[in-house]
Design a protein around this ligand. Sequence first.
Ligand SMILES: [Fe+2]
Length: 269
Amino acid sequence: MEQAQLDRLQQWFEAYVRTYNDIDEEGSRNILLKVEHTRKVCGIMELLAEGEGLTAEETRIAGAVALLHDVGRFPQFRRWRTFRDSDSDNHARLGIEVIRRHGLLDGLPDAERTLIEEAVRFHNLLALPLRFKSPTTLYIRLIRDADKLDIWRVFFDYFRQPDDLRPSAVTLGFPDLPEVTPACVAELAAGRIIRLEDVRVLNDFKLLQISWVYDLNFRSSYRLLQERGHIPALAATIPLDEPARQAVALAVAAIEKNAREYPQLTAST
Ligand SMILES: [Fe+2]
């Protein structure tokens, strides 16, 4: 992929999201959230690419993946007024529809188009399918990390805003009750990723996001997460009982350890 092709994709993206300008005020907060998210994910992707020593060509492909990974969010929100895939449709699949309908990757060699489409298609899987071999795996892992690194920011910003300015779809409609579900705490304490099906209240959803600490793929991701302090900030908004406090402390320790020791890309490929 040439730099000019990536530039054209960026111009397309800006024009595409402007077609969502006609939505109502509440809708536009949610649309804007995803526009802003996409821009930030692109920035994070550049940091990860640099941190992991990607080539210029790999960096451009990763940039295209970052730019396109959530394009399905726009038609999803317009049609269903939610970002919850289980109440609407898989936004990664919707993203592929947008990519193909607009012929976004038409000028690229088949191999590159496949890399980008597969990374978009599978960026939101709960766990990575093993059948994927490098190099597709590289981009799936990169976008999953870049995505999470910005979702932590989105979530934290949300809690700093007054109620009437909050983009309503961020918290997926979970009730904001003063409790945590012990099963979720137990998963986090065991170093496992909490499943959305186990989430009952908003605090559980926050724990789920903390449990993503166990699903990052690069040392650079852990470094960025540590630098940005998202996890302690998020944890400070949860009323933690003693088991939950310990589970969060383990997650924070895991970030510190992986920021120092996680195998670097050059060593693993
Ligand atoms: Fe995303």
